[in-house]
Design a protein around this ligand. Sequence first.
Ligand SMILES: O=C(O)CCC(=O)C(=O)O
Ligand SMILES: [Mn+2]
Length: 217
Amino acid sequence: MNYSLFDDASDVQPWTEAICEGALILRHFSIPHETALLDGIQQISSKHPFRHLRTPNGHRMSVAMTCCGEVGWVSDSEGYRYSAYDPENGEHWPTMPDSFYSLAVQAADEAGFPGFKPDSCLINQYQERSRLSLHQDKDEKNLGAPIVSFSLGIPATFLFGGMQRTDPVQRYYLAHGDVVVWGGPARLRYHGVALIKEAAHPLLGPQRINLTFRQAT
Ligand SMILES: O=C(O)CCC(=O)C(=O)O
Ligand SMILES: [Mn+2]
């Protein structure tokens, strides 16, 4: 199926926007590859549907999640962790599609992090009024590797803070096709997503999908 919004997606010009040392946004990066990404998400979520996990203290997350890769990120009353198995059905998470892997490696490389070997991709689904509160990604064993985060669908405001939760937060508009990479001195910066506003995307409808690649094991 051809999902592309552009007559010739290879015409789209990407550009880079710095956030701070170790963090940047690759604008439009994934637009030429949107068909492969959307096909992959469809295949993964048909067998491992998006679900609203509970935080360790019992709150239902407003973002729905699924995963692919060697391990997937899960949360329940026992805490946050990576698991090789989908807790909904006990099956191994699906293999990360080759297209996902190579795009994540390429994005990391362009951001100045060569040799990225993602073994986990968390797929987040946001709808109107979903949000992700400020947090650090610190459940990964390899904090030397960056986080590579793809945005698809309706826009979001990405919140990028400091090393303390109470540090000031910068706000970045993220659109379909944008990729945020943070690593090195920025790897443990607090970040989150502000309340999603009602919108519709021509390919994805009223949702935002975020793919977050990590080197977790
Ligand atoms: O949706 C986003 O842009 C960020 C997602 C995120 O920070 C996470 O899944 O840990
Ligand atoms: Mn995160």
